[in-house]
Design a protein around this ligand. Structure first.
Ligand SMILES: Cc1cc2nc3c(=O)[nH]c(=O)nc-3n(C[C@H](O)[C@H](O)[C@H](O)COP(=O)(O)O)c2cc1C
Ligand code: SF4
Length: 426
């Protein structure tokens, strides 16, 4: 088997049907029989595709260095982000590539068990993964045992400490922990958690090497990544792109409105990007200085006819409902932020001006004060909205809400409100 030279890579042979193990081995060739190598993974420069873009080899080394313990490898296929569809697309195509990567990572850290986690509320994905795991069981020679776990769906269930806590005692709540590096454990056993797409890239790096992986992408953001593109596009779609391509090229392939107002990058816990920056390379190092990020591989296109303040309100309100309600700043702060965004969106002076001032204060009071990063995601989103839509915000504060804010048409994937009046809390 010859390595796929061009795109797609992790979506190679995508047919809308998951490849069986035999078809998979034929498409990608066998996994190497040599011992897994951390140096190889490090040389690839792969970073996590689950949202935080942390170097995959560095995480694996931390767990590999824990000697004398039973260890676990966890595949995070929860895909809790509502606008994301990338892990589903991958698993509907090449589930065994994900399992190959997980097996390789398990070998690296010295784990003999892999827990594959997918939401029980997504029966199609459960079915695909169940079949793939059973096929692996029949070929036990592959050395590592796989077990499927199906936590209930909620946005924070895919946060890694919530996932590990669920595996430990069936409660899907994020745990307080110091900022990284920190070792998550099931009982006393150290755990490595990697996103499904990250694992799939590992499955290819193990076969074809780090130089092959680096043939696409940039020197600091090597390889390819999956992107879920939606909003004002002709074809909401999941694309595999080389990191570093212009953002404009990605949205054009989905048939985006040619003159958008802004893009929501990264997901609901991501940030707005002003459409003046459409030619920025799609990579963390190019997007972060603009206050945005690749995040969970999501792009939502907002057309000129949309209202960024209303979209931000709808997402913030949804995110407030997804709080695990363990931490005060998250449980009480996020609904208050959503309420102030509703007042700002309604644009009734002077209430809108006071709401704006409170939003700025609340973002400062909430940031960094949750056990997990869920509230920080909302703060990032709101701050980006106040910056990118600054002119609109000023109009709303002065009591001149735009016509779009009264329209029923919305671009974020949040379910539409039943009654328009719900937008206004008073
Ligand atoms: C609120 C919240 C929800 C998350 N949900 C997911 C998820 O559904 N799937 C996922 O892979 N990572 C999710 N993450 C990121 C994980 O915590 C973790 O960083 C990731 O699984 C690590 O894998 P990676 O290094 O391969 O990216 C979430 C993070 C937060 C803060
Ligand atoms: S910050 Fe929010 S979502 Fe995270 S643990 Fe605390 S209450 Fe739960």
């Amino acid at each position: 088997m010859i390595a796929p030279e061009s795109l797609p890579r992790v979506l190679h042979r995508a047919s809308g049907r998951p490849l069986t193990l035999a078809q998979h081995d034929e498409a990608f060739g066998p996994m190497p029989r040599t011992a897994p190598s951390l140096d190889l993974l490090e040389a690839s420069g792969l970073t996590g595709r689950g949202g935080a873009a942390f170097p995959t080899a560095r995480k694996a080394r931390l767990i590999a260095d824990q000697r004398g313990h039973t260890k676990f490898m966890v595949v995070n296929a929860m895909e809790g982000e509502p606008a994301a569809h990338k892990d589903r697309t991958l698993i509907s195509t090449n589930p065994h590539l994900v399992l190959d990567g997980a097996q390789y990572l398990a070998g690296l850290i010295g784990a003999r068990q892999v827990a594959v986690c997918v939401s029980r509320d997504d029966p199609i994905m459960v079915n695909h993964l169940q079949r793939a795991v059973h096929e692996r069981d029949r070929h036990a020679a592959r050395g590592v045992s796989f077990e499927l776990h199906t936590p209930p769906w909620r946005y924070v269930a895919g946060e890694e400490s919530a996932l590990v806590h669920w595996l430990d005692d069936n409660e899907s709540l994020p745990q307080y922990r110091p900022r990284r590096p920190h070792i998550l454990r099931i009982g006393h056993a150290p755990v490595l958690v990697d996103n499904a797409e990250t694992c799939a890239h590992v499955g290819l790096i193990a076969r074809y090497g780090s130089d092959w992986f680096r043939r696409l992408g940039t020197s600091t953001s090597p390889g390819t990544a999956l992107v879920s593109v939606s909003g004002a596009v002709a074809r909401p779609t999941v694309l595999e792109v080389a990191l570093g391509v212009p953002v404009r090229a990605i949205i054009e392939r989905a048939g985006a409105d040619p003159n958008p107002q802004a893009l929501l990058m990264g997901g609901y816990g991501g940030a707005w990007l002003d459409a003046r920056h459409l030619d920025v390379p799609y990579s963390e190092d190019a997007l972060i200085p603009l206050g945005s990020s690749v995040g969970a591989g999501v792009i939502i296109v907002l057309p000129r006819s949309g209202c960024g303040i209303v979209e931000t309100f709808r997402i913030a309100r949804w995110m407030a409902n997804e709080s695990a309600r363990q931490c005060g700043p998250c449980a009480f702060g996020l609904p208050a932020v959503a309420e102030d965004l509703a007042r700002l969106a309604a644009g009734d002076a002077p209430g809108a001006g006071a709401a704006y001032d409170r939003l700025v204060d609340r973002c400062g009071a909430i940031e960094g004060r949750g056990a997990c990063r869920h509230p920080d995601g909302v703060v990032r989103l709101v701050r980006s909205a106040l910056r990118v839509f600054a002119d609109h915000v000023e109009d709303h504060v002065r009591g001149r809400a735009c016509a779009a804010s009264r329209s029923n048409h919305h671009y974020s994937a949040v379910p539409t409100l039943e009654r328009e009046e719900e937008l206004i809390w008073e």
